[in-house]
Design a protein around this ligand. Structure first.
Ligand SMILES: Nc1ncnc2c1ncn2[C@@H]1O[C@H](COP(=O)(O)OP(=O)(O)OP(=O)(O)O)[C@@H](O)[C@H]1O
Ligand SMILES: [Mg+2]
Length: 194
């Protein structure tokens, strides 16, 4: 069983290591490799202006930048169903993303909703579609930040200012996503700035 203390040194299962590009045997080694890859991707993403954030091509490219040093499937859509996410068959992921990106562009152009609310909706719908085999949360948090920054807003804090242990912050994030699943976005909008 994986517990809080042993998680880091727990060996990866064969199915967990499927698609790994580098030699890694434990979860903590994997965390370090992914974090390093993501840090480089953040430099790439924030170091220049991207005018194509709201495109499927950019969403895939960003995922690739974040994970291609570690995973073979980086930047490619999933080809199986998960407990979160839409049915993947029939090109449904690409279609759902195109619809989402069009909606967000309309919402921004119309200027009816506060920008943070648009960003929270975008984040929630993106993780709900769950385009990739893994890394959807980290990818959707970063691309939401990039969207905010592109429109001259500060990036989200995602609970970083909460005086709480990381596990409690995580619980709040997931609770906010579940409320968004039920149609209420306010908790996630707030969480973006907490
Ligand atoms: N009820 C929910 N509704 C929508 N999205 C959810 C829900 N629960 C979890 N998620 C999203 O799914 C993500 C987990 O998916 P995945 O493992 O692909 O991402 P990750 O980046 O590897 O995870 P993590 O955020 O733990 O680093 C969570 O971070 C969250 O964004
Ligand atoms: Mg994951």
């Amino acid at each position: 069983m994986i517990t809080g203390n042993t998680y880091g040194t727990t060996p990866l299962d064969p199915d967990e290591s499927d698609g790994l590009l580098i030699e890694i045997s434990t979860h903590s080694e994997l965390d370090v490799a992914e974090q390093f890859n993501i840090a480089l991707a953040e430099l790439w993403a924030t170091g220049r202006k991207h005018n194509d954030i709201l495109t499927v091509k950019f969403l895939k490219r960003l995922h690739k930048e974040m994970f291609s040093g570690v995973w073979r499937w980086a930047g490619t859509f999933r080809t199986s169903n998960k407990n979160i996410g839409i049915e993947w068959r029939g090109g449904a992921i690409s279609i759902a993303l195109q619809q989402l990106l069009l909606d967000v562009e309309c919402q921004i152009n119309q200027g009816i909703y506060p920008f943070d609310e648009i960003a929270a909706h975008f984040h929630h719908r993106l993780v709900s579609i769950h385009p990739f085999p893994n890394g959807n949360g980290r990818h959707a948090r970063l691309v939401t930040d990039l969207l905010l920054m592109h429109y001259h807003k500060s990036r989200g804090s995602w609970g970083a200012t909460m005086q709480m242990p990381i596990e409690e912050i995580r619980k709040e994030y997931l609770a906010a996503l579940r409320e968004a699943d039920d149609g209420s976005i306010s908790r996630l909008t707030l969480f973006l700035r907490q």
